[in-house]
Structure formats: structure tokens, C-alpha cells
Design a protein around this ligand. Structure first.
Ligand code: ZN
Length: 263
């Protein structure tokens, strides 16, 4: 029996990707749980910011923390709203400086279709695994989050910034030549952002441990049910995929206090 607060799985970029579900006093090597029966039982809540036993509102936070914690400012989802480079505070300037004023990348990845995104440079492999990308390439390397956000805004006119999670989980993706896509994407950018072009032409590839992909998927969550159970047949992104085609997104169930049984 494992118990603790659900937080997104740690991943190791290996072939296949290895996942670890960490709790305060123990952890589960999730790849070893594939083919096993898993029971996840909801026992309460633990907000990832204030640690209160208060209903989770979104992203692992209670309602108050979601609207007040510096860890869930608007600049996280919309990098172009970053203001730390101007020395302007959103919720906590010191935290925002630490997060925003560091090297960021703008990338293209194939999750289901082609998407554009922004992440901290030292977090890129984790970011791509979390979204269930099959391949990725770096377009730009920029000194802060704000500039990366500006480039993303320019590129959003031609590319989606969302993952179609159903297609990602049924493994329906378009085969594309990312080297060529990178050239096309750079051509769309204004001169002042194009100068941040990354010389790294690596096409990063990701292999997930999934025994067989479901033809269609049904999402289950702890918000709707107190117990999630099923035989685990694979893990992709932050999703557990069960034999009966249900899928459980660990990321969107963060902050729940749970007990987990493996059989
Ligand atoms: Zn809270």
C-alpha cells in the first residue's frame, strides 16, 4: 500500500520513458506496475501550495491559492504576460524573477498534430514527455520567458498550442519532417525574434511503454469518483492507460490525498 499526495510523475528520458510516482516517504516505479491491477482511492485533499485539506480547484491548488499563489500566475499559461524583465510584480516578484529570467526555448512538437510551445530550457525533456510528444525540435533559444511568449504568439497564427489528448492517447499522429517544419516556422517569425534561432537541429524522440493503444478513450478522475481501478497497460504523457480504455491523468488529479494498491 502506498499513500500520499498525488503529484505529476517524474520521468526519465530512456527507451522507453521511465516513470516514477513520488510520495513523501515512498515511491512507485510505474513501468513495473504495467500489467498489474491498480486501485487508487481518494482520502482527502492537500493543496500543493497551502497544504490545506480543502477541495482542489485546479492544477493541484485550492481556490484561494489558485488565484493568489505565485505558482499559478497568468504568465505560466500565457508567457507573453511575463513582467519580471521590467521589474514589475504580478504576485511575487522574487519568485517571478527566478522563473522568468532564465533561458527559455520555443519548440515544435508532434503530440497528435504539430504544436508550438514554450518552456524553460532546463525543463524541455520533462515538458515534452508530460505532453506525450512523439518527436520535438527546438526552434529558438531566448534569454527570458517574455521573449519566448512573444514568439509563441506570432507562431500561434499558424500552429496550434494545444494537444488533442484523445488522439495522443490513441497514438494517432501525423508523420512530419521536423527539420523542414523548423525552417517553415522560422520563416514566419519577425526579424527581431528570428535572431534567437537555435543551432540545435536534434529531433528528440520519445518512446512510451504502452502494450497496445486503445481505439478510443474515456477519461476518469478523482473529482468524479472516489476510486479509480483497472489493469494498467501503459503510460504516456502523464496518463495511465487501463485495459478497459479508461485513462487517468495524474497531472489533472494533483493535490488529492490517495492510497494506491497494486495487485
Ligand atoms: Zn491552498
Amino acid at each position: 500500500m502506498f499513500s500520499g499526495v498525488l503529484q505529476k510523475m517524474t520521468s526519465i528520458h530512456d527507451k522507453p520513458i521511465r516513470y516514477i510516482l513520488d510520495f513523501e516517504s515512498n515511491f512507485i516505479l510505474m513501468n513495473q506496475a504495467i500489467t498489474k491491477e491498480i486501485h487508487i482511492s481518494k482520502k482527502g485533499y492537500c493543496c500543493l501550495s497551502c497544504a490545506g485539506d480543502i477541495e482542489i480547484f485546479a492544477n493541484g491548488f485550492c481556490k484561494k491559492c489558485f488565484f493568489e499563489s505565485p505558482k499559478s500566475g497568468d504568465w505560466i499559461m500565457r508567457p507573453e504576460l511575463s513582467k519580471a524583465h521590467l521589474d514589475e510584480e504580478d504576485r511575487d516578484l522574487e519568485f517571478e524573477k527566478k522563473m522568468q529570467l532564465q533561458p527559455h526555448i520555443v519548440y515544435l512538437s508532434i503530440t497528435s498534430g504539430l504544436k508550438v510551445g514554450v518552456t524553460r530550457k532546463n525543463n524541455m525533456l520533462t515538458r515534452w514527455v508530460d505532453q506525450g510528444a512523439s518527436e520535438s525540435i527546438i526552434l529558438l533559444e531566448l534569454p527570458n520567458r517574455y521573449l519566448a511568449g512573444l514568439a509563441e504568439v506570432e507562431l500561434k497564427e499558424g500552429y496550434s498550442d494545444k494537444t488533442n489528448w484523445r488522439k495522443m492517447l490513441t497514438n494517432e499522429f501525423t508523420k512530419l519532417d521536423l527539420i523542414k517544419e523548423k525552417k517553415d516556422a522560422l520563416d514566419r517569425l519577425s526579424e527581431e525574434l528570428k535572431k534567437y534561432k537555435s543551432g540545435n537541429e536534434t529531433v528528440y524522440q520519445f518512446n512510451y511503454n504502452v502494450l497496445n493503444y486503445p481505439k478510443s478513450v474515456k477519461s476518469v478522475s478523482l473529482k468524479k469518483s472516489d476510486q479509480i481501478k483497472g489493469k494498467l497497460i501503459g503510460i504516456k504523457g502523464q496518463y495511465l492507460i487501463f485495459e478497459d480504455s479508461t485513462v487517468f491523468n495524474i497531472r489533472s488529479n494533483e493535490g488529492y490525498l490517495v492510497e494506491i494498491d497494486l495487485k
